[in-house]
Structures are given as structure tokens and as C-alpha cells.
Design a protein around this ligand. Structure first.
Ligand code: NDP
Length: 294
């Protein structure tokens, strides 16, 4: 059996197209456009590219984009003061502080300073707690994107066994919570888990969010499973790999066993910004008590 490839780019395009219609309706009603503020401290090249891409896509769906590019030597106090201003600014519905921050700034304090109702990354402990408690809130973007990709091939994953490799606050943990809310039976694996290949072989749905190139081999996958590969790993520039991007799953092996699989690039990656824009519109509405995208 050859797995079908889940086309994250096409699904993200569809999410953004539908969002543009909702944004226009919201703007006509509110008399203004939803606004997303993105804060970048320093000049990490990957972050700069990512922030530029966010800004373009924000404008493309009809929202306002506010970019705050601050020098690397910006103090924690200055950054917290900016966040306080953005929290109080009624034209700003969503605030995203690009991570990683320079080492002299404590990310946890910065995340906690963001008004939870404007926390479009969903990293604030209040939103993390809401997700764990099954309450409506702002959900981290990459996990939300993974659920949309999963539902594109399995709309009702009720009762399926999902194995998530990775337990980070931004990816693994929130994905496990969303799968639980979708009535999956969930196993979370991590670097201390024993017999990882055996655990993976029990998965109807396998989510790899590890950051280890091609860790998951074809023979770790249950025949007919759905595989969502969150990993983005750049192989060394020298040698045969020539700096190629690969996921956490050995794609060529997995595709011969799985039912459906996300490629890297072109799978989970494109969904993240689309879900960020979805969260911004959700934040622009009275945030709590809304229907969820996932
Ligand atoms: P982290 O490094 O924060 O977490 C990695 C997790 O994997 C940890 O829970 C760790 O376990 C676990 N782990 C590490 N090695 C192993 C191993 N050998 N066996 C089993 N588990 C292991 O990474 P992130 O969660 O931030 O990101 C994961 C991947 O997803 C990365 O490749 C990242 O680039 C990618 N990513 C992609 C995004 C996208 O838009 N597509 C967005 C965000 C991330 P432990 O907790 O025990 O240390």
C-alpha cells in the first residue's frame, strides 16, 4: 500500500481563503480590521523570514499587521513595557512574541505578561490550563494545524490510539490534549520512554514532534496508520544531504506502510501561520465561548 500524502499547503490555502471571508464580515460589523502585533527581538535570520511571512499573510487575509522589530540589546523591562502597551491597545487583537528571545530575557515572564485573551500563540499558562481543562481558549497554532491535517483524512478519530512522540509545551503536550478532546486514546512518549518502536507500532495515529531527523523508521509504523510529522530538521550542508530539510519520520520508508502521511516540507509547516491568523480572528471576537476550529 502506498500512503496518500496530506497536502498541508493546499489545506492551509483553504483555511486562509475561508478566513478572509470571515475577516471581511467581522470588519464590516466592527468598523475596523482585526490586528495582529508581532514582536521580534534581535535579528535571527530564520525568525526574520518567519516574521516577514506572517506579516504578508496577515495583510493578505484582510487583517492589520503591526511589526515591532527591536534590537538584540533590548532589555526585558523595555520588552515588558511594549507588551503592556499592546495589551492596552484596542486596535491590537493578537500579540505574538517571536521565540527564541535573546538569553538575557526570560521567555516565561514575557509569555505571562501577554493578556491571555490576546495570546494568539496559546502559550500563556491560562490558555494551557484551559486546554487541559477542556475549556475554550486560544490553542497553540502548530497543534491546531496538526488536528486539521488529521481530520482531513480521518474526520472522526474517536477511539483510535494516538501516540505522540514529544511533550514540549508548544507542540507535544497540546497535541496530546487536542487528541484527547477528540476522544482518541492517547499515549505520550518522550526521551525517557522505553521501547519506543513498540509503542509506535501500536499507533493508529502517530504524531512525531521530536526534532530528530528521520528517527521514526518504516518498521515502527502500524500498517494503515496516519502519520503526522511535525519535525523540521536541516541535514548538514556538507555531504550528500546538501542541507536538505527532513522530518522526524523516514518518509520514503513510512510511505510504503502508512495510510496517509504529511511530507516535510509542505505538511505541518504551512498550517502554523494559517492557524495563527485563525487565532487572531478568534481573539478579535469575544474570545471565550467560541466554536473551535479543530
Ligand atoms: P523540543 O526540543 O522542545 O521537544 C522535543 C521533544 O522530543 C521532547 O519532549 C523530548 O523529550 C522528545 N525527544 C527528544 N529526543 C527523543 C528521542 N530520541 N526519543 C523520544 N523522544 C525524544 O522540540 P519542539 O517540541 O519545540 O519541536 C519538535 C520538532 O517540531 C522540531 O523538529 C521543531 O523544529 C518542529 N516544529 C515544527 C513546527 C512547524 O510549524 N512545523 C513548529 C514547532 C516545532 P524530553 O521531554 O524527555 O526531553
Amino acid at each position: 500500500m502506498q500512503a496518500s500524502t496530506i497536502d498541508g499547503k493546499a489545506i492551509a490555502d483553504k483555511v486562509r481563503a475561508e478566513l478572509a471571508i470571515d475577516v471581511a464580515q467581522w470588519a464590516a460589523h466592527a468598523g475596523r480590521r482585526p490586528g495582529l502585533a508581532v514582536v521580534l527581538v534581535g535579528n535571527d535570520p530564520a525568525s526574520e523570514v518567519y516574521v516577514g511571512s506572517k506579516a504578508r499573510q496577515t495583510v493578505a487575509v484582510g487583517m492589520r499587521s503591526f511589526e515591532h522589530r527591536l534590537p538584540a540589546e533590548t532589555s526585558q523591562t523595555e520588552l515588558l513595557a511594549l507588551i503592556a502597551r499592546l495589551n492596552a491597545d484596542d486596535t491590537v487583537d493578537g500579540i505574538l512574541v517571536q521565540l527564541p528571545l535573546p538569553v538575557h530575557i526570560r521567555s516565561d515572564l514575557v509569555i505571562r505578561a501577554i493578556d491571555p485573551a490576546k495570546d494568539v500563540d496559546g502559550f500563556h499558562p491560562e490558555n494551557a490550563g484551559r486546554l487541559t481543562s477542556g475549556l475554550t481558549g486560544l490553542v497553540p497554532c502548530t497543534p491546531l494545524g496538526c488536528m486539521l491535517l488529521l481530520r482531513s483524512v480521518e474526520p472522526t478519530p474517536v477511539g483510535l490510539h494516538a501516540v505522540v512522540i514529544g511533550r514540549s509545551n508548544i507542540v507535544g503536550r497540546p497535541i496530546a490534549q487536542l487528541l484527547l478532546q477528540a476522544d482518541c486514546t492517547v499515549t505520550t512518549a518522550h526521551s525517557r520512554s522505553r521501547e519506543l518502536p513498540e509503542l509506535c507500532r501500536m499507533a493508529d495515529i502517530l504524531i512525531a514532534a521530536v526534532g530528530r531527523p528521520e528517527l521514526v523508521r518504516g518498521d515502527w509504523i502500524k500498517p494503515g496508520a496516519i502519520v503526522i510529522d511535525v519535525g523540521i530538521n536541516r541535514l548538514p550542508a556538507a555531504g550528500a544531504a546538501k542541507g536538505r530539510l527532513v522530518g522526524d519520520v523516514a518518509f520514503a520508508e513510512a510511505v510504503a506502510v502508512a495510510r496517509a502521511i504529511t511530507p516535510v516540507p509542505g505538511g505541518v509547516g504551512p498550517m502554523t501561520i494559517a492557524c495563527l491568523l485563525h487565532n487572531t480572528l478568534q481573539a478579535a471576537r469575544p474570545v471565550y465561548g467560541l466554536a473551535e476550529l479543530q
